[in-house]
Design a protein around this ligand. Structure first.
Ligand code: NAD
Length: 325
């Protein structure tokens, strides 16, 4: 039998705390060499792009493949979202597909979880920190949830080009996390934050990296193509650079590829993969003045670990539809 889980069923069993725990384990497996993580495969039909993201985590027993499509004309032409994702979870023992679940909400939570894990290991430890968010969209909301899980926050600041998006962000996340969230009038206002998150669709830098205060931790999650970047060369140069995957960073992340190609940094500027930090192979933050930066491209190991968690919780609670295929 195969369990089918809708978006709302996934959401009903998935919380940030548990997701951060399994995502941290997944990064640990990547560092330990027990994860199989082929690069994502892309196929481009005429109207869009289809990405296949497989992964296997040996210790966790998680075998999965996410299919994500980006079709820009979907909303206008078919009243469908631009990005659609489904995850197929297999039994590593038999190879059979145990579960097919919606991947939209899962992706946002697992992306938040990776930043949450990075923040827990790299940000300063003092309580009452202020978190600042560039972008107020789907990802930014889950990033805030993860920041609130990783550190005790006194408040959050948000800056988005869309007033409407900021209003929704504050209206939804303030009550959910019982946190004061303030709309910022300019990117400069976010420079007083202790933790910064960039989660926008912008292909160009969002702020002047020279203005970032010492001791800040940054999670950069938005841009993921060689020619797009949310972070300027100044902040990349000033930061201890940690990536989810070195390979993905040098193939997909303009944030590091652009300064590298311009000769502003050397390849060695890439300090560590997140897995090396969480397993203690390399030390994280050394003092309260360092600026730490986590660059997230999004890895299939995050999806596999999270999908297994969702399946187990849903199965135990009798949620979803079992079908014979
Ligand atoms: N790293 C990962 O694993 C991962 C996973 C999923 C999505 N993403 C990426 O995250 C980004 C955000 O995704 P989303 O689903 O939240 O999109 P979204 O469309 O819901 O939100 C993006 C927001 O960014 C705002 N924005 C654009 N340019 C801006 C600027 N210069 N300053 C301030 N705000 C600006 C937009 O107004 C919008 O509200 C996308 O680029 C997406 O591809 C990354």
């Amino acid at each position: 039998m195969t369990l089918i889980l809708s978006r709302s069923e996934v959401a009903s069993v998935l919380n940030m705390k548990d997701c951060m725990a399994v995502v941290e384990q997944a990064f640990g497996e990547l560092a330990a060499g027990t994860a199989v993580l082929p690069l994502r495969t892309a196929i481009a039909p005429p109207d869009g792009i289809s990405l296949y993201m497989p992964a296997y985590l040996k210790q966790m027993g998680a075998l999965a493949c996410k299919v994500v499509t980006v079709y820009k004309n979907n909303p206008a032409k078919y009243n469908l979202p631009t990005t659609i994702g489904k995850v197929l979870l297999q039994d590593p023992g038999t190879g059979d597909v145990m579960c097919i679940m919606d991947g939209g909400y899962l992706t946002a939570v697992r992306t938040g979880a990776a930043s949450g894990v990075a923040t827990r290991h790299l940000a300063r430890k003092d309580t009452g920190q202020v978190a600042g968010f560039f972008g107020a969209g789907v990802q930014a909301k889950m990033q805030l949830w993860a920041m609130a899980e990783a550190r005790s926050l006194s408040k959050a600041l948000v800056y988005d080009l869309s007033e409407e998006a900021m209003k929704k962000f504050i209206g939804e996340m303030g009550p959910k996390l019982n946190l004061e969230i303030i709309a910022a009038a300019s990117p400069d206002e976010l420079m007083k934050a202790d933790i910064l998150v960039t989660a926008t669709s912008s292909p160009t830098p969002l702020f002047d990296g020279n203005k970032v205060r010492e001791g800040t931790h940054i999670n950069g999650i938005g841009s993921h193509t060689p020619n797009a970047r949310e972070l300027d060369s100044a902040i990349v140069k000033r930061s201890k650079f940690v990536g989810d995957s070195m390979e993905a960073c040098f193939k997909e992340a303009g944030d590091i590829m652009i300064p590298l190609n311009a000769g502003e940094i050397q390849k060695e500027h890439f300090y560590a993969e997140l897995g090396e930090i969480v397993t203690g192979r390399k030390p994280g933050r050394l003092d309260n003045s360092e600026i730490t930066l986590f660059k997230s491209n999004g890895l299939a190991i995050q999806d596999a670990a999270t999908a297994k968690l969702v399946y187990e919780k849903a199965f135990a609670a009798g949620i979803g539809l079992q079908v014979e295929i």
